[in-house]
Write a protein that binds this ligand. Sequence first.
Ligand code: AMP
Ligand code: MG
Length: 338
Amino acid sequence: MKKILCLLICLFAVCSCARGNGLYTETRVIMGTYVTITLNRSGKTEDELAKTAGDAFARITRVDDLMSTYKPMSNLSRINAASGIAPVPADPEVIENIEDASYVSRLTGGAFDVTVGPLVNAWEIGSKDAHIPSPGTIKRALSLVGRQNIVVDRKAGTVFLKKRGASIDLGAIAKGYASDRAVAALLEDGIKGGIVACAGDIKTFGTKPDGSPWTVGIQNPRGPEGAVVAKLPLTDTAISTSGDYERFFIKDGKRYCHIMDPHTGYPASGLMSVTVLAKDSWLADSMGTALFVLGPKKAYALALKHPELEVLMITDSGKVLATGRFRGMKIAPVTTGD
Ligand code: AMP
Ligand code: MG
């Protein structure tokens, strides 16, 4: 079902280009989501800008081709298919993501864990088949979760999953990484400023043509799409939001979202959204998910110890917890309840 959905999205991929406001904007569907690139024209012609944006989109497509779990021939799918059987040659970018994910996993006491694949598959959240799995199914899935099951052999350039049935899901880090790669391409092409937004994983660099910073809004987790709780000026900064409002289902009044707690086998709870600012988008993306799993108390304590991250959290009772530049910022109230 997921594959059919992915295919449909690909078939109906949109490409729209906007001109005339001093900026160049183009949107495509990649990684099963909308990816928008906005550029400071930087004195370039329309053709040059289209080519430059194309280069950046190509980097994102490459990440998807390597790391999608919806594409059976992706490098990651082949690693997962060979779990418990044999090591698989892995692209350096795949290895880099797995190692970065491992770092975040250690930093968060295992709250972040890319081996959640079997749990993600058991719950099917985001598809029409989403359901609460039986305790036995959750137990079996949990027995396959744990970063110690991943063996990276840098010298041989391979990745091996020790347990048959284990699988890696880079869904909480790859979009951020893709934004980083796209910005690198734009800088190589001499662009002076822009924004790459892979859904909620956004990287800003440089400035608008008038020298002012870019403005990014933070979604109200209980508001209609586009309703924001705050807007902030950004430059050379990545911003990422993880929330319980994008992929979820409600059963008996309880909300179950797509972010899994690898310790319990159940969706994480306690927060409606977590927004992280960091220098790199892969870090903002993965830490947003990780803090969401940790829940308000532990996440806030960890965020306070990491000044390289600036964090805005909205708890499930609508309380705001903030560090860095979010402190003292005016945040619109969020209504609670499902
Ligand atoms: P995000 O929307 O960035 O928070 O990422 C959520 C996606 O990451 C989910 O759809 C899963 O594919 C994956 N995921 C879920 N739980 C975890 C977790 N605890 N650690 C790492 N990845 C996760
Ligand atoms: Mg994330």
